[in-house]
Design a binder for this molecule. Structure first.
Ligand code: C2E
Ligand code: MG
Ligand code: MG
Ligand code: MG
Length: 293
């Protein structure tokens, strides 16, 4: 009887396994097609200076416009893309498109201080010509390297080798900023941080979220902000959703913030509207102050 039961279980398990595997294979096939047919798009989320309330730049967040399933979010395809060796072509496209978009905004709004933040997977960092490739993209779009911020996770730093460290140094020497994403969730021993040419830390949203009701989270956020100041690097809070969270972050002197409280990730045109508003406000207040004289 036990044997029969075991067999039945095995069959059920087998079916589940089978359908999971076919799903993954289908996803991989779909992703290859998506790269060929350019089914990706980018949404842009503003990053705000908490002192001035001004947008200082945008984070580029990739989406996949699947012909049947509609809009697919990165957490549902980036891990598969990494496994299947497809993350580099996808990441290349995101880098190019995000830089092209920033250049377009610069032309449209005569605004050249905005930055663009692009997430880079660890597989991408081990591409030996990444620095040359990025230089070329910047040149093609007439962009100052200081306008580009690359976001990498702690685990990407840790799993990696001398060649990655060397690449980070080269990218930083070009003038590109490197920001540690989802900071606080990895295994970072703090002592290793100064070994990398990091320009900023992004506090993971799991800590920012509920920091207004959870003392422990608030403590972690406060510690990361202090750490950033001690290291002499910028600090950005991700996932700000409420005015209470924002107020607390301001008290803690967090420099930058990002989250649905300010704006969800937007289509390029809607992000452009936000830039236009900010540029118009600035020029009308200039006129006002001139009028006063
Ligand atoms: P991330 O880099 O930490 O990006 C922030 C994520 O938090 C985004 O999710 C964003 O939509 C979400 N978010 C922002 N504000 C809020 C908020 O107030 N509340 C909540 N609940 N969520 C908020 P998204 O766009 O789904 O991206 C998820 C992750 O996928 C990113 O996390 C990043 O690790 C990865 N990713 C996105 N685009 C790319 C890409 O082009 N290349 C690579 N390699 N990874 C990417
Ligand atoms: Mg990011
Ligand atoms: Mg993050
Ligand atoms: Mg995240």
């Amino acid at each position: 009887r036990a044997k029969a039961l075991g067999k039945a279980r095995y069959k059920i398990f087998d079916k589940v396994m089978y359908s999971e595997t076919t799903k993954l294979l289908q996803l991989e096939i779909d992703l290859r097609r998506a790269i060929e047919r350019q089914e990706f798009l980018i949404h842009y989320q503003p990053i705000v200076c908490l002192k001035t309330n001004k947008i200082i730049g945008f984070e580029a967040l990739v989406r996949w416009q699947h012909p049947k399933q509609g809009l697919v979010f990165p957490t549902d395809f980036i891990p598969v893309a990494e496994e299947a060796g497809l993350i580099v072509p996808i990441g290349d496209w995101v880098l190019k498109e995000a830089c092209r978009q920033l250049h377009e905004w610069q032309q449209l709004f005569l605004e050249n201080r905005l930055t663009i933040s692009v997430n880079l997977s660890s597989k991408h960092l081990s591409q030996s010509h990444l620095n040359e490739q990025i230089s070329q993209i910047l040149q093609e779009n007439n962009l100052d390297p200081r306008r580009l911020k690359l976001e990498i996770t702690e685990s990407a730093l840790l799993e990696n080798t001398q060649s990655v460290t060397a690449m980070l140094v080269q990218l930083r020497e070009l003038g590109i900023e490197l920001h540690l994403d989802d900071f606080g969730t990895g295994y970072s021993s703090l002592s290793y941080l100064h070994c990398f040419p990091i320009s900023g830390l992004k506090i993971d949203r799991s800590f920012v979220n509920r920091m207004d009701i959870n003392g422990e989270n608030a403590e972690i956020v406060s510690t990361i902000i202090t750490l950033a100041y001690n290291l002499g690097v910028d600090v950005t809070a991700e996932g700000i959703e409420t005015v209470e969270q924002l107020e607390r972050l301001k008290v803690l002197q967090c420099k930058y913030g990002q989250g649905n409280f300010f704006s969800k990730p937007l289509q390029a045109s809607a992000a452009g509207d936000l830039i236009a508003k900010q540029v118009n406000l600035a020029s009308s207040s200039k006129c006002l102050s001139r009028g006063k004289k």
